[in-house]
Design a protein. Structure first.
Length: 227
């Protein structure tokens, strides 16, 4: 098994070592149609599906004729609740429904690997040793912004890094996520992905045996990422 070596930086930008990214996760062939299908399914699953329009049987009003049958020169109408009448019902309008799509686990895992590989090939995967050791938003933002000034930045933190999370959570142009919640959509919309050292280590290792956490790790431990 081969690996890709990238530099690890500390919070001030100095090199603090290297990290080996496994090729089976960060250097696979990108399947764009697959990524599109998985991302679309994820966005559809987030839809509430509570839209509703009243049909002619549900709108208020009587069922009488809006005007007499003959003598007006107009087309005959049978009800004020007809869809072609003002304040009438909607014909074939939306009704509550679920937009969930069945997405196999292998597709979800392959899509995530593909987008991570794309970011890695474009040098947009970064690792920082520790973002901050105390609640300090200015220092934390500086630590993650040292890698890129592009607009959309995804910061991946491990469980237990609460200080870093609290320091960054109110920054509007940063998106925070735990390493076991990483998914194709969040990576696709991000220009750069910044991992803490602990987060990338836990992500590559995969969830502990018997854990219900979701993420992508070694082949033998890969499980579904929530869509």
């Amino acid at each position: 098994m081969m690996a890709l070596t990238i530099d690890i930086k500390d919070a001030k930008g100095a090199k603090a070592g290297t990290f080996d990214l496994p090729e089976e996760i960060f250097d696979v062939q990108v399947n764009v149609p697959l990524i599109h299908q998985v991302v679309t399914a994820q966005l559809n699953a987030a839809r509430q599906g509570t839209h509703k329009a009243k049909n002619r049987g549900e709108v208020s009003g009587g069922g009488k004729k809006p005007f007499k049958q003959k003598g007006t020169g107009r087309a005959r109408q049978g009800s004020t609740r007809s869809p072609n009448q003002r304040h009438g019902g909607v014909a074939q309008g939306p009704v509550p429904r679920k937009y969930d799509e069945r997405t196999p686990k292998k597709m979800i895992k392959a899509a995530l690997r593909g987008v991570l590989s794309d970011r890695q090939r474009n040098d947009r995967i970064h690792i920082v040793t520790e973002i901050t050791s105390e609640i300090d938003s200015k220092a934390a933002i500086s630590a993650v912004r040292q890698f890129s000034d592009r607009a959309r930045l995804l910061v991946v933190l491990a469980h237990g890094e609460e200080t870093s999370w609290r320091s960054l959570r109110n920054e509007s142009d940063l998106h925070l996520i735990r390493q076991d919640q990483l998914n194709a959509y969040d990576v696709v919309i991000a220009d750069d992905v910044v991992f803490s050292k602990k987060a990338i280590t836990d992500f590559v290792a995969g969830p502990a045996k018997g854990s219900s956490a979701k993420g992508v790790g070694r082949e033998s431990e890969l499980v579904e990422v929530s869509a």
